[in-house]
Design a protein around this ligand. Sequence first.
Ligand SMILES: NC(=O)c1ccc[n+]([C@@H]2O[C@H](COP(=O)([O-])OP(=O)(O)OC[C@H]3O[C@@H](n4cnc5c(N)ncnc54)[C@H](O)[C@@H]3O)[C@@H](O)[C@H]2O)c1
Length: 256
Amino acid sequence: MKVSDRAFEMKIGADISEVAAHAAGFSGSRATAFDRSEAKVVPMTSGKGVISGFAQAVAAILNHLGLKTEVASKNDVGGISEAFTDGAKMVFAADDEFFVGLNLRNLKVSYNYDATGRGYAAALEKKIDGLDGKSVALIGAGRVGSAAAEYMCRRGANVFAYDPLGWKVDELRRRLPLCLKCGTVAECISRGDHVMLAAPGRNFITARMIKEGAIFTAPAVPLGFTKAALEKLGQDRIIHDKLALGVATMAFDLVS
Ligand SMILES: NC(=O)c1ccc[n+]([C@@H]2O[C@H](COP(=O)([O-])OP(=O)(O)OC[C@H]3O[C@@H](n4cnc5c(N)ncnc54)[C@H](O)[C@@H]3O)[C@@H](O)[C@H]2O)c1
């Protein structure tokens, strides 16, 4: 897998490693963050089974950051024991429910959904020069969206949230009382200067919802834009990749 750092850097003025380190609260030197560390990605066969190419893609992202990583030769428990016997410092593994990074030395754990939410919120923060006082529409108050909301609220953003499962926004508001609840996607987007798209779906973000100057930071897969909405937005106003930013943030979480 080729990690498209150049495109990312041109779009938001920072590379993936810089944004991920910021999202993780990492304050050391990024150049030496993963020196003397090795990692294994362990494929898991439980649930729907091994996703073809997934472990290799995660390993490519971690190697790109400077963390020497290989895919374990065995799956499941065999792969975990291989990580221990080979002296790996970190293990990355995913099943249908969880994708985690584990630091075997300092016992830190990082969850992909949480790291992804923070990573995309930090990317927006870089792109718009800070979140304080800015209004952000949050579409989708699931695991990724909630983590993003927490990051953005802590940095002074006004978050407007919509989820068809309204109880998820109510739950979010118990932790983040300043986060406001919206009744529809369109209302939510109209209230934000910018948008965090953290809900899967197709063709539910239409061209009429795209405001002048709004940035869409969008971990969602699939991306819910209609063709006309995508054309109106243009590539420069969408921050999106399928894996790299969340995985990079997990890696920095484990050394922060
Ligand atoms: N890019 C990445 O690296 C990365 C990493 C993890 C997850 N994701 C993607 O992020 C998205 C969120 O993941 P998650 O783990 O939080 O999932 P989740 O299931 O926990 O949350 C998704 C939420 O979106 C809501 N939703 C569905 N349709 C909606 C709509 N039309 N408008 C508003 N909300 C709607 C659901 O009710 C749910 O609460 C998914 O698309 C997932 O594939 C991407």
